[in-house]
Design a protein around this ligand. Structure first.
Ligand SMILES: [Zn+2]
Length: 147
């Protein structure tokens, strides 16, 4: 971690928000998966009602892992002003924004982080982008949307 990234982490500890990242990794194929047809099999699940459900790519959900982190969460509307012009190029890549979306700025992004808990609510984490500072990742940006 370089000096700028360490500094952002220090600032996040002092002035940021504490969130809990929730990561879900799905890497195990469901027994129903047909490699011939490249699809999951609804009939198999009907025949095996006690089996775990899979997602539409035929992967089983593994147990979620959580980790606490100090981050910045900013209402997206506020970022359209010129407060963080350094990131504006990356913010454009975060995709279509809805009302009440928030921007996440974090020195650490756990792998497969799909959600975070903050302010008594659960939020989706969308499109994390690693922003380089010098030769390494300085911060991560992501769009967060109340679930
Ligand atoms: Zn399945």
């Amino acid at each position: 971690m370089n000096k700028t990234a360490r500094n952002i982490m220090k600032q996040a500890r002092k002035r940021g928000q504490v969130v809990t990242f929730i990561s879900e990794e799905s890497t195990t194929r469901c027994p129903c998966w047909s490699s011939d047809f490249q699809q999951s099999d609804v009939a198999w699940h009907e025949a095996n009602p006690d089996a775990a459900e899979c997602n539409d790519q035929g992967f089983l959900f593994s147990p979620a892992t959580t980790v606490e982190a100090n981050v910045f969460i900013i209402p997206y509307a506020a970022t359209s002003r010129t407060e963080i012009p350094v990131y504006s190029h990356f913010i454009e890549k975060l995709g279509p924004v809805k009302n009440d979306d928030h921007l996440l700025i974090t020195p650490e992004m756990p792998a497969n982080a799909k959600w975070l808990e903050w302010s008594d609510a659960k939020w989706h984490v969308y499109n994390p982008i690693a922003v380089p500072i010098g030769s390494s990742t300085g911060v991560w940006l992501a769009l967060v949307r109340r679930a």
